[in-house]
Write a protein that binds this ligand. Structure first.
Ligand code: ATP
Length: 341
């Protein structure tokens, strides 16, 4: 089957490759009464993705679409229940289990940055911890490297002696980024790393992350609900719906001319400055335990036709570096391509 590449240019060896990845969780059966019956919840379903070295990929989708589940597979925290998840050609779980190479190379910035930092440690000690753990510099050089890292993320040198409780939300995120960079990773994975902050702090952090990604050639995987953030930070985008990637390709191309009606709906629902609050996406994401027949977006799709309720579209190539899982993809004008053929 065709592989979807997240970078349109260099055919570099992928950092991550997901091949038909599935993740099924056993959950209590609805209305099971007192029985212990369970049912499989398909949180990821046939996900194919290639993330090349130096790529920046935004994973976008509504709550429950499977972004965090995908992230846990990429980080090797969970083994997928089906398919293959590879890091530089090796199963991710194996790479993670053997030695410290994977943990050093793949750094994570968590959504709850404050919760991920020990409040009893100073910022200096927090940033020094991974330096020591991975043996990055001799002990005598630790303080200088901590100062360098704090400077790189835009924190003053005296931040080293402060405690997390005395820092603002934006400063806390900078500490989390400094800690992530301490192991000299080539991959940075971030989950909603700028959400919940005011607009100007968000903008400063996005500028920082984009600078780091470009200057250090980092591979960036960024989970976000915010298409503006995706478009500023990431060259590639993968849009998820109910455990599937429904559209992927260069962010600008996908957002300026979405081919999947779900991508179009997300874009239409995205807030823009100086515009009235947009309409939310119509309808609710169905329960993954009760998926619509045929295309899983058909129950909410304004353009669904009869065959959409019968046939389940697979992700297939759609123009340069793009792929879409839709029987009747949209053209750039928003019309359905099948209408004007
Ligand atoms: N450990 C688990 N056990 C059972 N179900 C799970 C588990 N983790 C996730 N799920 C289910 O899998 C589906 C995908 O969840 P996931 O958290 O990956 O979505 P998400 O897109 O990251 O959502 P959010 O933006 O709210 O974090 C949801 O239906 C969720 O309830």
């Amino acid at each position: 089957m065709e592989q979807i590449q997240t970078q349109t240019t260099a055919p570099a060896a992928p950092v991550f490759e997901l091949i038909e990845v599935e993740q099924v969780f056993q959950v209590p059966k609805p209305n099971r009464g007192l029985s212990r019956e369970t049912v499989g919840l398909r949180a990821l379903d046939g996900v194919r993705l290639r993330i090349a070295q130096g790529a920046s990929l935004a994973l976008v989708g509504e709550s429950g679409s499977g972004k965090s589940t995908l992230l846990r597979v990429l980080l090797g925290l969970d083994a997928p229940s089906g398919g293959r998840a590879l890091y530089r050609g090796k199963p991710i779980r194996e790479a993670r289990a053997h030695g410290t190479g994977f943990a050093r190379d793949v750094a994570m910035v968590y959504q709850d940055a404050r919760g991920s930092l020990d409040p009893r440690m100073t910022v200096g000690a927090l940033v020094a911890e991974p330096l020591r753990h991975f043996g990055i510099v001799p002990k005598g050089e630790e303080a200088a490297r901590v100062a360098q890292l704090l400077d790189r993320v835009g924190l003053p040198a005296d931040a080293a002696s402060r405690y997390p409780s005395g820092l603002s939300g934006g400063q806390i995120r900078r500490v989390a980024i400094a800690r992530a960079l301490a192991s000299e990773p080539s991959v940075l994975v971030a989950d909603e790393a700028v959400s919940g902050l005011d607009v100007s702090t968000q903008a400063q952090l996005l500028t920082l992350l984009r600078g780091l990604q470009r200057d250090m050639g980092l591979t960036l995987v960024f989970i976000t609900h915010d298409l503006g953030v995706a478009s500023y930070l990431c060259e590639e985008i993968a849009i998820m719906y109910l455990g599937r990637i429904v559209e992927t390709g260069p962010t600008d191309a996908v957002l300026s001319g979405p081919a999947h009606p779900y991508a179009a709906a997300l874009r239409a629902a995205a807030p823009r400055f100086f515009e009235p609050i947009p309409e939310p996406l119509p309808g609710e994401i169905p329960s993954p335990l009760d998926l619509p027949k045929g295309c899983r977006f058909s129950s909410r799709c304004p353009a669904a036709r009869e065959d959409c309720r019968l046939r389940d579209p697979q992700l297939g190539r759609h123009g340069a570096g793009r792929a879409v899982a839709c029987l009747h993809p949209l053209t750039e004008t928003g019309a359905q391509a099948s209408e004007i053929r």
